[in-house]
Design a protein around this ligand. Structure first.
Ligand code: F6P
Length: 541
């Protein structure tokens, strides 16, 4: 149904790839208004891309004739769209608290509200000091032990909402590298430290290893009663009980919440502890309102859908292999890491839902860093390399530090806008070729080391201020962008079988380091490296 529009888009690109983006502004004085989505507190400007009206129309046709809307309805209604795991995908239900949803006779909404109530009560008991440590002192520090979606979401949200922090200090441990947990607990008091073991499966090697280390640390200081300093957030109650978590300190979530989509539920406990459940509910409300916009708005006014179509244009039509995520908000310093998992674990696949190989270039590599720091790291590449990287600038109109708006925030805004303008316009080489009369020394020739070619596309996602509601909207926006891109590429965005293979091999190598015979199964590189590691371990350092 959509092949026709793919071909039209390809033809459009062939005809326009040499066009300067800024020429589009000369053709259409209202280009900003015609190539942006403007809502009350979120604006998506995609006018600094090479998308013209023909391309926009055919991108919209990919949605219209690619049955994207019905796929959206399937997700929100609880259809088992995660076909390889035979699961629904209902992270949206975690924030749609007042909607009623029955799936296979189960009242999803009741489950969600009961779960949120239970976790919220626990969080408020800890924050208020009603629930204390053995010594009767309130818990001063929270250590979340988790990885992937059981770490990146809460870590990123706690950091982003730091102006709203008014509870115990929250730390995050994720890596198998012992330095992670060692550094995290080195200055903490076991008596007043509460550990949250966050793991949907409760089988992840990194998390269980860190949890055992934490358990030894607590029990050696407090004795077996120290287990009251542990909480589990998981989908496997029995495993948590077996680890020794107290019955009423286990918070479960359902298998229809994917790890990378789980911050909205009990996995968000570190956020609730840091900022309180009222603020957490505002975060949920922001996401819910974006969900409604996503479900109801027509394509050209639909923020996630238009952001996805721009992604499709850059990845599949222009065939740019990556995209740079550039938040000009330092408290979003973990956003890029979060979006790497969201994008690349969801859509980093080569086979579609029908079992056919995906031949079009699809999911790009997501990378980036906060501005203005990135300007001193890789913007040289963005401006002058021979590879084009579409940039996604993310910018708040207002900062939190009122007294520093002029000295800091206005400069931050200016840098963000300047970078997107410079990437598009480059240095005016047309002027060099046209205007021979001028003193040529003033103009920079294209093969000069000073020259910036420009014509490098970018979008700008502008919001009012990084409040809990706006953060909820932003994350829901990116979740649905990933969903729509996956829907158009016909990918199952909700499983992650690729990571299982690496985990299995790691366990095999771990075992075989102890048992030489097992080793023969591996490449001579791995065997050689392991032998070198054994040699280096013997060195006296
Ligand atoms: O990276 C693979 C993965 O399964 C992610 O999808 C998940 O968020 C992470 O590992 C942690 O899994 P769990 O929450 O089960 O420990």
């Amino acid at each position: 149904m959509t092949e026709k529009y793919w071909k039209l888009l390809q033809k459009n690109r062939e005809q326009t790839s040499g066009r300067r983006i800024n020429s589009l502004f000369e053709e259409d004085r209202s280009r900003f208004n015609n190539f942006s989505v403007i809502t009350e507190d979120l604006i998506l400007d995609y006018s600094k891309t090479n998308i013209d009206q023909h391309a926009k129309t055919n991108l919209v046709n990919l949605v219209k004739f690619g049955s994207v809307q019905s796929k959206v309805n399937d997700m929100f209604s609880g259809k088992k769209i995660n076909v390889t795991e035979n699961r629904s995908v209902l992270h949206t239900a975690l924030r749609n608290l007042n909607s009623s949803l029955l799936v296979n006779g189960i009242d999803i909404n009741l489950k969600v509200n009961q779960s949120l109530e239970k976790v919220s009560k626990f969080s408020e008991k800890i924050r208020s000091g009603q629930m204390t440590s053995q010594s009767g002192e309130p818990f001063t520090d929270i250590v979340n032990i988790g990885i992937g979606g059981s770490d990146l979401g809460p870590r990123m949200v706690v950091r982003a909402l730091s102006p709203y922090q008014n509870g115990p200090k929250v730390h995050f441990v994720s890596n198998l590298d012992s330095s992670d947990i060692t550094d995290a607990i080195s200055l903490l008091n076991p008596m007043t430290t509460l550990f949250i073991i966050s793991s949907k499966s409760f089988t992840t090697l990194e998390t269980l290893t860190n949890a055992e280390t934490a358990k030894r640390w607590i029990i050696s200081a407090l004795g077996k009663t120290g287990m009251r300093n542990f909480v589990a957030v998981c989908s496997s109650r029995d495993s948590a009980l077996k680890f020794g978590i107290l019955e009423d300190q286990i918070f479960e979530f359902e298998d229809w919440v994917g790890g990378r989509f789980s911050v909205w539920g009990p996995i968000g406990l570190p956020v609730m502890l840091a900022v309180g459940t009222a603020t957490f509910r505002k975060f949920l409300e922001g996401a819910r309102s974006l969900d409604k916009q996503f479900q109801k708005s027509k394509t050209v006014e639909n923020l996630p859908t238009m952001l996805a179509l721009i992604g499709i244009w850059h990845a599949s039509i222009c065939q740019y292999p990556s995209r740079a995520i550039l938040p000009y908000e330092h408290r979003l310093e973990y956003l890029t890491m979060y979006l790497q998992q969201l994008d690349m674990e969801s859509n980093g696949k080569s086979v579609d839902r029908n079992g056919d190989f995906i031949v079009k270039p699809s999911t790009p590599i997501s990378w980036g860093q906060t501005g203005t720091n990135g300007q001193h790291a890789f913007y040289q590449f963005l401006h002058q390399s021979n590879q084009v990287v579409p940039c996604e600038f993310i910018l708040g109109a207002n900062g939190f530090e009122e007294d520093l708006q002029i000295a800091h925030h206005e400069g931050l805004i200016a840098n963000c806008l300047a970078q997107s303008e410079a990437l598009m316009t480059g240095m005016d080489n047309e002027k060099y070729f046209k205007d021979k009369r001028k003193d040529q020394k003033q103009l920079i020739i294209p093969n000069s080391h000073l020259f910036c070619s420009g014509n490098r596309p970018s979008t700008t996602l502008l919001y009012s201020k990084l409040t809990p509601e706006i953060l909820g909207k932003l994350l829901a926006l990116f979740e649905h962008r990933t969903f729509v891109e996956g829907a158009i590429w016909n990918i199952n965005s909700f499983d992650q079988w690729g990571v299982e293979f690496g985990k299995k091999l790691a366990r095999k190598i771990n075992d075989s380091i102890k048992d030489k015979d097992y080793f023969e199964a591996f490449s001579s590189s791995t065997i050689g490296l392991t032998n070198q590691i054994k040699r280096l371990k013997k060195q006296k350092i």
